[in-house]
Ligand binder design. Structure first.
Ligand SMILES: Cc1cc2nc3c(=O)[nH]c(=O)nc-3n(C[C@H](O)[C@H](O)[C@H](O)COP(=O)(O)O)c2cc1C
Length: 329
């Protein structure tokens, strides 16, 4: 597909540049990862999911999770909930106080206590409620638009994605992102991409597909096979912000550029560490770098990867982090 033939995608008045988005992941996609991903071409991103109730109450921890960086291009605030008043209050705060350009409504979360609260994927089997809640969010966030993140259904006997997507569209959602696993699957088993095709065929608004997108080729194939308008990366983007640029190049030219050199890799990992330090302070940043080390190490040759992983598993100071990076050649 040449760039010239690709139709423009929008979230409300915001043009989406690129076809590959960063999907939210609790504890990973805080602003440092979003900034790096967007610099390498992620078309848009969202905060990790926060509870509407906690936004409405302005919980300290929730407000911290909602922090953004001025350089972020297009980042929605993702919220879950099942209560109209809480969702409306949260949407007003997200858009009118915190300045988010759109609100992403999560009806995908598979956590049992969220489902039993009538929120997250617990809403997938109740299309009229989805429509009503999306409308409430839209009214509260106007003029900022509302997007919806969803799953296939609660379990394999209740695949309700098409009905839920149609309800979201009827309520005024402007884009659907679909993780085509059931809530019961959690993150195991395989994503069923045929559900992406069905949702895309059913609604008029743009559909972003995902689930098990491990490589740029996976994401380009998903778009071709299902007709979805864009694809998202989640786990594969941890430690690999370059994946967005590689996927976009593959889509536009048919060829995937080679990954970063070791020097580029080091510069980006160092930058990620510096941004984490700014966001979390030294100690928490080091704990987070331990979690990132295995993912960043995947882009290195086997022996370097093992060495890096071993030293960063115990990292306690930024100096130790620098020493570990300096040893990679
Ligand atoms: C650790 C982790 C945290 C996640 N947190 C969220 C979240 O807060 N909001 C959300 O919509 N999806 C969340 N997800 C789901 C991802 O956005 C994505 O839909 C899912 O991982 C499937 O994509 P993948 O197979 O490419 O990883 C999370 C996934 C993981 C692995």
């Amino acid at each position: 597909m040449s760039a010239a033939t690709v139709p423009t995608l929008r979230i409300g008045s915001h043009e989406i540049r690129g076809r590959f988005a960063l999907s939210p992941m609790a504890e990973f996609t805080s602003w440092p990862m979003r900034v790096l991903s967007q610099e390498y071409g992620a078309a848009f991103a969202c905060t990790e999911m926060v509870k509407a109730k906690f936004v409405a109450q302005r919980h300290d921890e929730t407000m911290r999770e909602l922090r953004r960086h001025p350089s972020e291009r297009l980042c929605g605030g993702q919220v879950c909930g099942g209560q109209e008043d809480e969702l409306a209050a949260a949407a007003r705060i997200l858009v009118h106080e915190l300045g988010f350009p759109f609100v992403d409504f999560n009806i995908a979360c598979p956590i049992r206590r969220i489902i039993s609260d009538g929120a997250g994927s617990g809403l997938l089997g109740d299309p009229p409620k989805v429509e009503r809640l999306v409308r409430i969010l839209r009214e509260a966030s106007a003029p900022a638009p509302v997007t919806v993140k969803m799953r296939s259904g609660l379990d394999e006997k209740n695949i309700t994605a098409v009905e839920a997507a149609l309800a979201a569209e009827a309520g005024g959602a402007v884009l659907i992102a679909l993780h085509p696993r059931t809530a019961r699957q959690g993150y195991g088993g395989l994503a069923d991409h045929s559900v992406v095709a069905k949702v895309k065929a059913a609604v008029k608004i743009p559909v972003v597909g995902g689930g098990d997108m491990k490589t740029p080729a996976d994401a380009v194939r998903l778009m071709r096979e299902t007709g979805c308008d864009a694809a998202y990366f989640a786990r594969a983007a941890i430690g690999d912000p370059w994946i967005f640029a590689r996927a976009q190049a593959l889509l536009e030219t048919g060829a995937e550029p080679v990954g970063p050199t070791v020097d580029e890799w080091r510069a980006v990992f160092r930058r990620h560490a510096a941004l984490l330090r700014e966001h979390l302070g030294d100690r928490e940043a080091c704990l987070h770098l331990r979690k990132l080390s295995r993912e960043y190490a995947k882009r290195l040759a086997e022996s370097s990867a093992q060495r890096l992983y071993a030293s960063l598993q115990k990292v306690e100071t930024m100096e130790q982090f620098e020493d570990a990076l300096a040893q990679i050649s």
